[in-house]
Design a protein around this ligand. Structure first.
Ligand code: AMP
Length: 194
């Protein structure tokens, strides 16, 4: 069985970080999504890894949809060359619209905003507000500590093991896309309280 993925929302940093692997991965993700005919949904900024991934997808002929809150247009230097840009009133509308437009989620290296978006997608998923898997792109081990913490949270019984399965890990975008397409959504077990 394969999950149909037409669009993916990518959460990533508004900065590039100081490991060049992050930017290289953003370029790889943008290009790969375009090559595979998968539309990119993202925050609409032109800076940091956000701008990099959008530029890479556009350069490879991909569809790129941005969703930016009015107040952040200047701060995140709104990208001017996207296929479609939605300007929304606030951050809550942005996050809901981004997720609503996509079939799956990828979190790349990023800061508080990225983690906020990832965990909102996960918490909505565990409450069955949507059925979209979340991919964690662990570039250069950036998310090793987070992955260890998630395992710990399951071990101590604060996160259900079945909800851990809502997250697909991958070191490369190809590995991640394979996982997002083939992992069965862990719904049946979820409601059996496993
Ligand atoms: P960061 O990962 O902190 O570099 O931020 C990446 C993106 O997350 C930026 O577009 C932020 O606007 C966005 N973001 C989403 N939710 C929040 C939030 N609650 N606080 C701050 N930034 C957020």
């Amino acid at each position: 069985m394969s999950n149909s993925i037409k669009r993916i929302v990518v959460y990533c940093g508004a900065n590039v970080g100081n490991n060049p692997a992050y930017k290289a991965a953003a370029i790889e993700v943008g290009r790969t999504l375009a090559e595979q005919g998968i539309g990119l949904v993202y925050g609409g900024g032109g800076v940091g890894l956000m701008g990099t991934i959008a530029d890479a997808a556009l350069a490879a002929g991909g569809e790129v949809i941005g969703v930016i809150p009015e107040a952040l247009k200047a701060l995140e230097v709104e990208h001017k060359g996207l296929t479609t840009m939605h300007v929304v009133p606030d951050m809550h509308s942005r996050k809901a619209m981004m997720l609503g437009l996509a079939d799956a989620v990828i979190a790349m290296p990023g800061g508080f905003g990225t983690l906020d978006e990832l965990f909102e997608a996960l918490t909505w998923s565990q409450l069955d507000y949507h059925r979209k898997l979340c991919g964690l792109l662990n570039v250069a081990g950036y998310y090793d500590h987070l992955i260890a913490w998630i395992r710990h949270s399951v071990e101590v019984g604060l996160v259900k093991a079945v909800n851990h399965e809502l997250i697909v890990h991958g070191a490369t975008v190809h590995e991640l896309l394979d996982g997002l397409r083939t992992r069965p959504f862990p719904l049946a077990q979820k409601w059996m309280g496993r």
